[in-house]
Design a protein. Structure first.
Ligand code: 5FA
Length: 190
């Protein structure tokens, strides 16, 4: 898969949730990001979370309403804004769901009967859904929009998995695991 025609690189990040896209069926927040691998696929780029200092995550963020239906556009934008990372997109990975989930309200026809608007413990809807793409990194810029608020580092598979488990982000582990990153032996430990 080659890179689409993308808008020129912004020097500042898009902020706020007013332009955020939600899944019309589930109400989940739609997020896109990249698993950024080096040429040999032995390392992945990780960034520190801006919300949870000391936690490491993957570059990703909200898909915006004006970005069209191809979520690679949002994934590439977020990867640039958060990690200063550019490259070639090689595949789309399976969608992963927010591990936190929430109980879905049972919606009735509004006849006022018992059960209207109650939560059904058997139905869980994700708060967010993640559309990840695999990228082979071609350029790591020394200047990028969020460089002041984030750290960035290359990690082996086992280092990345260790950090994501520590950050309590199983859905990001799932995304990493769905990529073609080379598994080093240490990865078996987690
Ligand atoms: N968040 C926290 N735990 C989550 C989980 N297990 N599954 C899904 N989402 C989870 O925080 C980003 C958002 O993810 C927060 O709103 C948090 O509640 C939620 P983060 O993943 O720690 O990343 P970050 O610090 O890099 O956050 P931002 O880039 O500021 O936010 P976004 O990733 O949403 O990106 P955007 O603001 O650029 O759209």
């Amino acid at each position: 898969m080659s890179n689409p025609n993308l808008p020129s690189k912004p020097t500042e990040s898009r902020v706020g949730r007013s332009n955020q896209r939600y899944n019309p069926e589930t109400g989940s927040r739609m997020v896109a990001g990249c698993i950024c691998l080096n040429d040999t696929k032995e390392k992945v780029i990780m960034i520190s979370s801006s919300v949870n200092k000391g936690k490491w995550v993957l570059p990703k963020g909200g898909i915006e309403l004006d970005e069209g239906e191809d979520y690679v556009v949002s994934a590439v934008r977020e990867t640039w804004e958060e990690a200063g990372c550019e490259g070639t997109i090689t595949s789309k990975l399976p969608v992963v769901l927010d591990s936190r989930g929430m109980k879905a309200p049972v919606l009735h026809k509004g006849d006022g009967k018992e059960g209207d608007g109650e939560f059904d413990p058997n139905i869980v809807i994700p708060k967010s859904e993640f559309h990840f793409y695999e990228m082979i990194v071609k350029d790591l810029s020394t200047e990028w929009p969020e460089q002041a608020s984030r750290e960035r580092r290359w990690c082996t598979y086992s280092e990345a998995k260790h950090e994501l488990v520590k950050s309590k982000r199983p859905e990001l582990v799932q995304a990493l695991d769905s990529s073609s990153i080379v598994r080093d032996n240490e990865g078996e430990a987690y």
